[in-house]
Write a protein that binds this ligand. Sequence first.
Ligand SMILES: NC(=O)c1ccc[n+]([C@@H]2O[C@H](COP(=O)([O-])OP(=O)(O)OC[C@H]3O[C@@H](n4cnc5c(N)ncnc54)[C@H](OP(=O)(O)O)[C@@H]3O)[C@@H](O)[C@H]2O)c1
Length: 250
Amino acid sequence: MAELSGKHLAVIGGSSGIGLEVVKLAGEEGASVTLIGRHAGRLDEARAALQHNGIVVRDTLVCDAHDHPALEDCFQQLAPCDHLVSMVGDVMGGGFLSADMATISRVMHSKFLTNVLIGKLAAENIRPGGSLTFTAGTGGRAQDACASYVGNLAIQALAQGLAAELAPVIRVNAVAPTWTVTPFWRQQPAEQIEQTRQHFASIIPLGRTAQLAELATAYLFLMKNDFVTGQQLAVDGGIMLGWSDKAPAA
Ligand SMILES: NC(=O)c1ccc[n+]([C@@H]2O[C@H](COP(=O)([O-])OP(=O)(O)OC[C@H]3O[C@@H](n4cnc5c(N)ncnc54)[C@H](OP(=O)(O)O)[C@@H]3O)[C@@H](O)[C@H]2O)c1
């Protein structure tokens, strides 16, 4: 396994949630980190917390990745990195018939088109021997979250295609979490978040939702293992196994 010490990691979406945990763990292993996000205040807060823990924050860049010209400008400012992680991916609810076209379009723009552009730009930025990791998701079904579901499949295909195009120089993979308590749900009331957590804990075969470190270590594994490319690593407690409830005692 390659070490992260002395490497430069950039995370688009590194100021909060899973991405912040990834930069924290990689920083603790000696990587210098660049954080990219939309809100300067969140980036400043994350930078201060990381630096307080002795982590080298090389840069913070304000950018809305959904604004593609702004994303191209952001990559102009980004120093070459060894590893790049994209946390970009909007979500939605509703099937193909109930969701409106604007919602479907927004999520496809986020999960698919924006990550395609990130892949193109990252291919020019990442140093040979480095890696690119996208974030997909599991747990939703096509009839309940149509564009999220298709977008997650698209990210998997993107990781496979780019991995083939960039081999043997840069490896490309994806991590797929399922529903997890993070600031992603900050606009929902606390009681609703707790109800959703309990719901997922009841349908996830492993009986609970993830800890942030369990998700973040999957990204670190994919950065460090030099023989894995084109893969999606689901860290989801087995939610897609078709298990729905504990079997009653016979
Ligand atoms: N939490 C879950 O239940 C869950 C489940 C499955 C998949 N995921 C996926 O995991 C990813 C991260 O989720 P999280 O739970 O860690 O959420 P989070 O705590 O809200 O963190 C998201 C990060 O991405 C940044 N970000 C969001 N949109 C951006 C954009 N358009 N351009 C640049 N930066 C952007 C945010 O910063 P700013 O807000 O300042 O931009 C923040 O740093 C998302 O793709 C999400 O779909 C999450």
